[in-house]
Design a protein around this ligand. Structure first.
Ligand SMILES: NC(=O)c1ccc[n+]([C@@H]2O[C@H](COP(=O)([O-])OP(=O)(O)OC[C@H]3O[C@@H](n4cnc5c(N)ncnc54)[C@H](O)[C@@H]3O)[C@@H](O)[C@H]2O)c1
Length: 346
């Protein structure tokens, strides 16, 4: 298949690009190359004849139309987004522009291409989203595909808006849209401002490891390569007009996650004291959702996808990867805002 991937120089998009190439697909990676991107993430596939890259903004309708009509994709997998909740609290405008207007622009370019091509049934527009659109759960239960939308921060609100646009473009225009909503991802190549790399890199530097609020916020964690495989499954086999929840099925509190990473660091890079000594509780994020959990029954039953990597295995691989790849993350720590506490200006 020919797949146009947006956001393929980011964390999850690059895992999708690597996985798609390894499955034999051709990929056009379209990315604006924002502060959160790194083309090194796709270095292992950039010599592959099936891989190409275009630097472009999804808000640029002409550029999107030209790239789509030149590449003639069988599927568009849309991952480009502003993705850091703390940044969305300080500067929501960039999130509205990329996540809402950018998604609208891409949907319109895809619709025109699909209509001009005679509305092929096999075409797919896969909109990649997050479980955060469903808001916060009480102590029990899990998000299903029918859970009501209740986003609580600017990031999740803009993703929710984009989900609604994608759904409407299917219902109104018949565009063959599929949607997926996934839990928190972790793994290699995750930008150093996100929780898992922050814990690893602060521990390594002997800096305090910030835990927001009480640390009791519950999350489901999924290894990024499992997510990439799930996304390719949805893009190639998902039913149009349908959404699929994706998760690892392993819920734990942020504090438990941080303690687990510290234990793995104690084994892989002993410091003479437990890394958990560095844990420090800091003021909570405004609008911080208390609990997310995913019911992934639909994707398992209908598409046969299951996560392969356990949380313990995935965290070990991830810590090992960051320990071995300082040349990747060190320059990224110099980028604007990284290493500073953001998102307290509610
Ligand atoms: N990280 C998670 O845990 C998680 C979980 C579920 C869903 N998601 C969704 O998956 C997608 C990818 O997330 P990620 O964590 O890899 O994000 P990321 O921030 O690591 O990467 C985003 C990529 O999009 C690109 N981009 C941003 N604005 C753009 C624009 N206007 N035009 C073109 N490219 C642009 C960036 O340059 C970057 O390469 C997002 O849509 C996100 O909402 C993320």
């Amino acid at each position: 298949m020919k797949i146009l991937v947006t956001g393929g120089a980011g964390f999850i998009g690059s895992a999708v690009v690597r996985e798609a190439i390894s499955q034999g697909h051709s990929v056009l990676n379209v990315d604006k190359l924002t502060y959160a991107s790194c083309l090194t993430n796709v270095r292992t596939v950039e010599q592959n004849l099936g891989y190409s890259f275009a630097q472009a903004d999804i808000c640029d309708g002409q550029a999107m139309a030209a790239l789509i009509s030149q590449f003639r994709p069988d599927a568009i997998m849309h991952l480009a987004a502003e993705s850091h909740v703390d940044r969305s609290i300080d500067r929501p405008g960039a999130f509205v522009a990329t996540n809402i207007s950018g998604t609208y622009t891409l949907l319109e370019a895809a619709r025109k291409y699909w209509q001009d091509a005679g509305r092929p049934d096999g075409f797919r527009f896969h909109h990649v989203s997050t479980d955060e659109v469903f808001g916060s759960l009480a102590d029990t239960g899990a998000f299903t595909e029918d859970s009501p939308y209740a986003p609580n921060n600017p990031y999740s609100a803009t993703k929710a808006a984009a989900d609604h646009l994608a759904r409407a473009w299917h219902e109104t225009y018949g565009l063959p849209v599929v949607l997926s909503n996934c839990s928190n991802n972790y793994g290699p190549y995750q930008f150093p401002e996100k929780l898992v790399p922050v814990v690893i890199l602060n521990a390594l530097a002997g800096l305090s490891i910030p835990v927001y609020g009480s640390g009791k916020h519950m999350r489901d964690w999924l290894y990024v390569e499992d997510h990439a495989q799930a996304l390719l499954t949805v893009a190639t086999n998902g039913a149009t007009g349908r959404s699929y929840n994706i998760g690892g099925g392993k819920d734990l509190s942020n504090l438990e996650l941080v303690q687990t990473i510290c234990r793995i660091m104690d084994q892989l890079r002993p410091a003479g004291h437990p890394y958990s000594d560095l844990i420090s509780f800091v003021p909570d994020r405004p609008g911080h959702d208390r609990r997310y959990a995913i019911d992934a029954t639909r994707i398992q039953a209908e598409l046969g996808w299951q996560p392969k990597v356990t949380l313990e295995e995935g965290l070990e691989k991830t810590v090992g990867w960051y320990l071995a790849n300082a040349h990747w993350w060190r320059p990224l720590q110099e980028r604007s805002g990284v290493g500073r506490r953001l998102g307290l200006t509610a």
